[in-house]
Design a protein. Structure first.
Length: 168
């Protein structure tokens, strides 16, 4: 009998100091192995704890993980190679977890985004590497936050903690 274990991440988030819920993600290591490994390493190091969602665009995505909270910072582990797919089974749909990057396709580091709605136009350009399997209410709570110019949330949208766990 074979047992299948699955790696998950629980991301607890708050808005304006109030916990709004936990988003749980599963991963696609068969599509983006280096991206999944990079993200999980940052989670295990505690890197994301206390970081913010610095960019919120309702109906599109929420972006976080920047060490300086501006969208311009990189993580201490350097950049990773872009792992893109046009396989529609891994399309940028609501709840998909993907890596943010600059114009350089191999510039992803620690910043990520979660699609708030379908965004298939990002397929084969950004590395989708997992999806939300629980906690849509938390995604919606962050996406609903009013924003300032530059899509910066008026109130702090904080990643309180991220925890890796296995299931199965």
């Amino acid at each position: 009998m074979t047992s299948t274990t699955q790696t998950l991440v629980d991301m607890t988030v708050s808005v304006d100091g109030k916990t709004v819920g936990t988003m749980t993600f599963e991963f696609w290591p068969h599509i983006a192995p280096g991206t999944v490994e990079n993200f999980l390493n940052y989670v295990k190091e505690g890197f994301y704890n206390g970081k913010t969602f610095h960019r919120v665009i309702p109906g599109f995505m929420i972006q976080g993980g920047c060490p300086d909270g501006t969208g311009m910072g990189s993580g201490p582990n350097g950049n990773i190679k872009g792992e893109f797919t046009d396989n529609k089974d891994y399309s940028h749909k609501r709840g998909v977890l993907s890596m943010a990057r600059s114009q350089n396709v191999d510039s992803a580091s620690c910043q990520f985004f979660v699609c708030h709605d379908d965004a298939e136009f990002l397929d084969n350009q950004y590395a989708a590497f997992g999806k939300l399997i629980a906690g849509e209410d938390a995604l919606d709570a962050v996406a609903a936050e009013q924003t300032l110019p530059g899509d910066k949330p008026k109130q702090a949208c904080v990643i309180e903690s991220m925890v890796v766990r296995t299931e199965g």
